[in-house]
Design a protein around this ligand. Structure first.
Ligand code: AMP
Ligand code: GLY
Length: 424
């Protein structure tokens, strides 16, 4: 079977790397891909927002499965269009992708089906939002309703900050994504992510992970797309995992079906493990980036039957084996990220760095030209390793980082610190 993967980040490199190991697969195409994926798949300039062009490409290249990496094309209805053309696609329809595309939608679903989450209100009127926030008190969380590239969440320590966040969002700082907002209770605890595949009626639990969103060591400074991640998340004990499935994932699956938009694809649940147990912070409807990289590293089984079962049904019948080891990924980013940074700097010594089977360098913002690799994005490489425990994986990942020759790049040196501390 030929497969088309949509996207070009580290997540897509990891997905393509895993898909390429499947005996079920013929040719792999990726749109647009990056400087590392080209070794495993054919990169194409196909524009994924042009649904007609995607359908034509699938017919011409005899594509048996389309795997959509990022949220944008899902929220845009790419899967709806492919399904209408009888092309098998991994990912939710636009209606089901509202779980990520609208925070208010997800909060209302939680309220309706008793899914544990922070208390909240939905507003498009600033005075009413301020009023509600005043009653709840600081700290309080203000969220733009729609997709805001990970920047639409403000944790307000004071009421003044909350009020200005409300003004900013409703005043258009995030464009249409901020036409509405959610005011939400601040939850305390440890964060973790849980991943489960769903075919609309059954699920296949995958694994847990933790990431580091902030740019600075010790988890300080501005938020990024993620500076590193590891799996499994120690805070997700067997008990917390089964409570997450029973109290959050299954009620969501049943609620989405009952409301007329069954969810097919991957549930990426952002959780806060509070004194009361797991509470939902948010859903994403695609694999996390860089969480996907550590998941693919630990996944032993062929991923392709699981992706197909998500689209066609009975994902619960799919067998999935995992390495018991921990995986950890360090993001190497261009100096200046998440602010402005230089592009087109050369990255050297990537081949020497990847001789170990417990080791993989996934590319994100890179391009390959005349055999050389250049950085062209903010997050550029995901240096990923497996070990007996997070500490061992961490040491292996950083020893590889240290052999990469890229003076214009940087990384955090403390990825996994919380888990390493626990292991000691
Ligand atoms: P989100 O984009 O919804 O994942 O939010 C980004 C980050 O903001 C989360 O990973 C949390 O660290 C934090 N956050 C979001 N909502 C809450 C909440 N209700 N209480 C505490 N922290 C939150
Ligand atoms: N690493 C967080 C995300 O993919 O949204």
């Amino acid at each position: 079977m030929n497969i088309l993967v949509i996207g070009g980040g580290g997540r897509e490199h990891a997905l393509v790397w895993k898909i390429a190991q499947s005996p079920l697969v013929g040719r792999i195409f990726v749109a647009p891909g990056n400087g590392g994926i080209g070794d495993l798949a054919t990169c194409t300039t196909l524009n994924s927002s042009d649904h007609d062009a995607v359908v034509d490409f699938c017919i011409t290249e005899n594509i048996g499965l389309v795997v959509v990496g990022p949220e944008g094309p899902l929220v845009d209805g790419l899967v709806d269009r492919l399904e209408a053309e009888n092309i098998t696609a991994f990912g939710p329809t636009a209606a089901a992708a509202q779980l990520e595309g609208s925070k208010g939608f997800t909060k209302d679903l939680c309220a309706k089906y008793n899914i544990p989450t922070a208390a909240y209100g939905r507003f498009s009127d600033a005075a009413k939002a301020r009023n509600f926030a005043n009653k709840m008190g600081a700290p309080i969380v203000i969220k733009a309703d729609g997709l805001a590239a990970g920047k639409g969440v403000i944790i307000a320590e004071t009421m003044a900050e909350a009020h200005s966040a409300i003004e900013d969002i409703l005043g258009g700082q995030f464009g249409g994504a901020g036409a509405e907002l959610v005011v939400e209770e601040f939850l305390t605890g440890e964060e973790a992510s849980f991943f489960a595949l769903c075919d609309g009626e059954t699920i296949l639990p995958l694994a847990t992970a933790q990431d580091h969103k902030q740019v600075g060591e010790g988890d300080v400074g501005p938020n990024t797309g993620g500076m590193g991640a590891y799996s499994p998340a120690p805070v997700m004990t067997d008990e917390m995992t089964s409570r997450t499935i029973e109290e959050i994932i299954l009620p969501t699956m049943r609620g989405m079906k009952a409301d007329g938009h069954p969810f097919k694809g991957i549930f990426f649940a952002g959780l806060m493990i509070t004194d009361k147990g797991p509470e939902l912070i948010e859903y994403n409807v695609r694999f996390g980036d860089p969480e996907c990289q550590v998941l693919m590293m630990r996944m032993k089984s062929d991923i392709v039957p699981a992706l197909i079962a998500c689209a066609k049904g009975r994902v619960d019948k799919v067998e999935m084996d995992w390495h018991d080891k921990a995986a950890l990924t360090v993001v190497m980013a261009a100096k200046g990220y998440p602010g402005s940074y230089d592009k087109n700097t050369e990255v050297r010594n990537l081949d020497q760095a990847s001789q170990d089977e417990n080791m993989m360098i996934f590319h994100a913002g890179t391009k390959k030209e005349a055999g050389k690799i250049y950085a062209i994005g903010g997050r550029v490489l995901n240096v990923t390793a497996m070990g007996n425990g997070v500490a061992e994986a961490k040491d292996l990942a950083y020893s590889t980082v240290d052999r990469i020759d890229w003076p214009e790049g940087f990384c955090r040196r403390d990825i996994g610190w919380r888990a390493v501390k626990r292991e000691r």
